[in-house]
Ligand binder design. Structure first.
Ligand SMILES: [Zn+2]
Length: 206
């Protein structure tokens, strides 16, 4: 079927928006290069604005992803398994919303299933969906727990994140290798201190 007039208008509008966005982005990078005292027209920097935008597209691709799509397929045939499901040491990279500096760390995501489980890679994708945005670690931790609660409805949830914030290791107070740990526990993991301690030690363990 050929493209309708409306579809053609929509496509042209979208292309025009993308073109305007790219132009503005390229100029913004050139302005920042000027700000640090560089000459964006020298040979080594000619393609840098383009590469910068491409890198940003990757670092911030979470804005184009929806947690409900990631968690939409739930498997209920698990032979009655209703014990702990945990994925730990999932590496991630994010950026703080205050300095746009890297936050590099790893997360543990765990739950006690009720009506079913999700494919284990979905937990890693859920982490990426939220970490590939501007973040604060506390919010990132809570958002993952909220998405699991809303779309999977398990009996208990634990999300623990350990991360190094480059805005305080490479600038500011310069505290190299200091790590921030945040946790969000729901249901049984929050109510029972022994369960909470066990999850935390599994996260911290080697
Ligand atoms: Zn920061």
């Amino acid at each position: 079927m050929s493209e309708s007039k409306q579809e053609m208008i929509d496509r042209c509008t979208e292309e025009a928006i993308e073109e305007t966005k790219e132009k503005a982005g390229l100029q913004a990078v050139k302005d920042l290069l000027w700000f640090i005292g560089e000459d964006s027209s020298r040979e080594g920097l000619l393609d840098t604005p383009k590469r910068f935008l491409k890198a940003w597209g990757e670092w911030f691709k979470g804005y184009t992803e929806k947690p409900e799509d990631i968690l939409s397929t739930c498997f209920s045939e698990v032979g009655g398994y209703d014990e702990l499901v945990m994925l730990r040491k999932i590496p991630f990279e994010s950026h703080c919303e205050h300095h746009i500096a890297p936050i590099i760390g790893h997360a543990t995501i765990a739950y006690l299933p009720d009506r079913g489980v999700v494919g284990i890679s979905k937990l890693a994708r859920l982490l990426d969906c939220y970490s590939k945005r501007l973040q604060v670690q506390e919010k990132l931790t809570a958002q993952i727990a909220d998405a699991l609660e809303e779309h999977l409805k398990p009996r208990a949830i634990a999300v623990i994140i350990t991360a190094e914030h480059h805005c305080m290791t490479t600038r500011g107070v310069h505290k190299h290798q200091s790590e921030m740990i945040t946790s969000e526990m729901r249901g049984l993991f929050r109510d029972e201190s022994s369960a909470r301690a066990e999850i935390m030690s599994l996260h911290l363990g080697g």
